[in-house]
Every structure is written in C-alpha cells, then in structure tokens.
Design a protein around this ligand. Structure first.
Ligand SMILES: [Zn+2]
Length: 476
C-alpha cells in the first residue's frame, strides 16, 4: 500500500496507510479542520515570537518558532524567521523574563484551545493514531491542561500520548488498520497473510515506509519510532540545514533472521550482503535507498535475537544516514565525496539521542546494552581513551574515507559533539558546512581546511580536552 501525501503538514497528518478509508468524508473533514487549526496556531506562535524578539527574549522567540516548525516542518516563513533569529545571541534580559513567560503561556493555551475540537473530532471519527499524533505534538510543545478531558496515557511502543481507551485496545493486541479497529485475533490472521515477502506488511507515514514479514505491531512500532526520530532530526537542524523531502517513500526493511536480511540485501545489491554490519543504509545514485535491519545480526551471534533496545539503536543510526543523505540527494547530490568520521560521527551522535515522554534527549551512557552484552558509550570510551585520539591538528589533516575500527566511530561521535556544541559553539557553523558538504558528496581532503579556515589548534586542543573531560557520563 503506497501513499504519497502533500508536503505541507506531514508532521500532523501522517497517515499510517489507511488508504481504503482515506477518502471517507468524515475523515477528510477532520483533516481539513486540523489543517485550519494548525495554520491558526502557527500564526499565533509567529506573532508571539515577534513580540518576544521585540523584548530581546531571543531564546524564547526561537522556541516559539521551533514549535511552529514541529507542527509544520516545511513552513517556509517560520524557517526564514528562525534563520534570522539565529544571529541574535543576547541573553534574555532579567527584567522581561516574567513578561516573556506570560506571552508564551498565552500563545500556547490559545493553540491548545484550537486543537481541542480537532482532537474531539478524531475521537468521534475513531481514528486513534491521528488523534494520538496530534495530541503528542500538542502535549509535548504546548499547554497540556486543555487536554485533560481526553484522558491521555503514554503508549511507549508507539511513543504517543493516546486516549486511555485506545491504549487499552493496543495492550490487548488490537490494531487500527485500513481505517478501522481490528481485533487481536483478526490481526493474527492478517499477520499470517503478510508473513511472506511476496506480500509483506507495508506501513508508511507519508515519508518512510516499513516493509516487513513480522507482525503489524512490529511494523507500526518501527514506523512510529522513525516518525518521531525524524521530527527530532529535522528540528535539530532547523535554521541551519533544511530538510528536503524526497518525492517517494524511503524504504526500511525489517527482518527477523539473518537469512531473511541477507536475502533482502542481495535482492537490492548483492555486494552489500557481504558486509558484517549489524544494519545498513545502502546508498545508490538517484536516492530512495533503503535501510536494512535485522533482529539477528551477523555481528552478534547466529541465533541471537538482539531485542528492541538494540534494534532501535540500529534504527536511529541508519535512519539518521537515510534522512541526511536522502535530503541531500533530493537537493541534487550524487554519491561519493565521503569523509567517514563526518558521516558516521553525525549518525552516531544523532543516534545517541533517545526518546522520552517529553521529547528526544542526548544520552551519554557509560555503557550501552547491545545484543546479549554491553558496549562502551561513545563519549565514555573517548573520555577514558583521550590520549589515543592524538592531536586534532593531525586528525583533521588526514582524509578518512573509511573508519575501520568501532572505537574510531566513538571518537568521531565525540568530535562531532564537540564541534557542534563545545568551544562556546565557535565551531558549529563550519561543522555544519562540513556536514552539508559531505552529504552533498562534495567532501575531499581539503574540506576541513576549506570550512574551518585558519584554526588555532593549540586553543582547539585545549578546548577539546576540557570538553571531553567535562562530559557528564550517565549510568544505565
Ligand atoms: Zn553508519
């Protein structure tokens, strides 16, 4: 089942393959209602941002625009405002703090009030996932009080705030499919019907599509996770690197076994099947390239099911590659020009963020569970092995088209963290340019020097060592 949607309000109206009933009049009417409420809310937020900027509360103003962009990631005016506001670095004057807070509260309550009737309409239409997706954006970024009557509960497998009545059905094993609730027993029958690759489950959110012969629950779990992660990644780069949505669905193959994984890879590109990687994003000229995932990676041990915590880590890393490269290819990039510490560093850095009820947060774990054991966290390993990195002046002078050892990934991840967030953010701008260049297939041995210019390496080295030693490592 394939569904291509209008770009505008993907974040809100992302539809999980409910094509059969998508033309249903009532659903169309709710969708329209939601689009109108979103438009009004964004206008309110932009007005609030303007007022906040007027009182020099720039951080708060940027916050309002980011909320607007969560509602509509491709809102051109909001994106432009954010670019303008990024240049303002002044701290919010203490004298206006209270006034700023009141302005934000007023705007957020106004927005939440706009969404209450839309959520009621989704409830009446009995579309639980549409309701939950809107509710989740609203509860996370706006005022949650107006939604109390909906009795929302967090459903962790889907990373959604949903109505308790709907969560109870999911917990029983029921699913919403093709525009209607399906009982757990009937879901099992459907799962059996989709257990072969001649007719797999295809679950999409309008941007990415999960293909699997596993269960509908598994497909939806990955699909919801990817949708949420994508919103985080787009938000992380807003104002610095614009996301371009490819014009076709981006495939994600989810497999249970190594045999199945290898078969899917071989089907796509026989050469990639030799890779020992636990999961892969395989890039090809022209774009729309898949991510391949398996619960039984070669890198762990045959017969080992790595479980959800591990596979979701693979999802974050590979989907980060997919989002960044596919956006670049949608902008006309070719394939090549890779600098591995840059592309792997950013994929692992973004993948080090994990979801919670209140959004995505960077984790700096001492150890990360993977498979049947643990791996060192990238930042913790680098902190403990700082000397092995050597002088940055040497590191950045070398052109690294490929990283060979896993610890090289951890170093690249920590360097990415430092260049984006350390040194008083002085390196963020050139690092963003380097990231864009590499994903646009323009990286070469001179790229670092081209973007960073004449670097005072003695200062950078001092800042780097201080930064790494200062990272607060979290226990599991
Ligand atoms: Zn990678």
């Amino acid at each position: 089942m394939k569904l291509i949607q209008a770009l505008g309000i993907v974040c809100l109206v992302a539809l999980l393959a409910g094509t059969a009933h998508a033309n249903n009049k009532a659903v169309k009417a709710v969708r329209k209602k939601e689009a109108a409420a979103t438009k009004k809310c964004i206008a309110t937020l932009l007005k609030s941002a303007k007022a906040l900027a007027g009182m020099k509360a720039y951080d708060e103003a940027r916050g309002e625009i980011r909320v607007a962009l969560h509602l509509d990631p491709s809102h051109a005016k909001a994106a432009k405002e954010l670019v303008k506001l990024r240049k303002k670095t002044d701290e919010t004057p203490e004298a206006v703090e209270e006034k700023a807070e009141a302005a934000i509260e007023k705007a957020h309550t106004a927005c939440s009030d706009l969404f209450v009737p839309v959520l009621d309409a989704w409830a009446k239409a009995e579309w639980p996932e549409e309701l939950a997706q809107l509710a989740t954006v609203a509860v996370t970024h706006l005022d949650d009080e107006p939604f109390e009557a909906l009795d929302l509960t967090w459903f962790d497998p889907y990373l959604l705030w949903a109505r308790s009545v709907d969560v109870e059905r999911w917990e029983k094993g029921d699913e919403f499919w093709d525009g209607a609730w399906v009982s757990a027993d009937d879901v099992k029958k459907l799962d059996e019907a989709h257990a072969k690759w001649s007719d797999p489950w295809l679950v999409d959110d309008g941007v990415q599509q999960v293909k699997t012969t596993m269960s509908l629950r598994d497909a939806k779990r990955v699909s919801h996770y990817v949708r949420s992660f994508r919103a985080f990644v787009i938000d992380y780069f807003h104002g610095e690197w614009a996301w371009t949505q490819p014009n076709e669905l981006l495939p994600i193959f989810l497999t249970r076994t190594q045999v199945d994984y290898t078969a899917r890879l071989t089907d796509y590109d026989p050469g990639s099947a030799r890779s020992k990687a636990s999961a892969l994003y395989v890039q090809r000229t022209g774009g729309i390239c898949p991510v391949f995932l398996t619960f039984e990676p070669k890198s762990v041990a045959t017969g080992t099911n790595i479980g959800w915590v591990s596979i979701l880590r693979d999802v974050r890393h590979e989907v980060a590659h997919q989002l960044l490269y596919e956006s670049a290819m949608a902008d006309g990039a070719g394939v090549g020009g890779n600098i591995d510490w840059v592309s792997e560093g950013i994929a692992t850095f973004l993948g080090s963020h994990q979801p919670s009820k209140s959004g995505w947060r960077l984790k700096r774990l001492a150890q990360e569970p993977y498979g049947t054991g643990f791996e060192p966290g990238p930042f913790a390993w680098t902190m403990g092995n700082l000397d092995s990195v050597g002088p940055l002046e040497t590191y950045f002078a070398e052109f690294k088209p490929n990283l060979n050892e896993v610890h090289e990934y951890w170093v690249a991840t920590t360097l990415t963290y430092f260049l984006l967030h350390g040194g008083d953010r002085a390196y963020r701008k050139p690092m963003m340019q380097l990231l864009i260049d590499v994903h646009m297939a323009r990286g070469d041995k001179d790229s670092f020097a081209k973007h960073f210019g004449k670097v005072d390496f003695a200062t950078m080295q001092r800042q780097w060592e201080k930064f790494v030693k200062g990272i607060s490592i979290q226990d599991l």
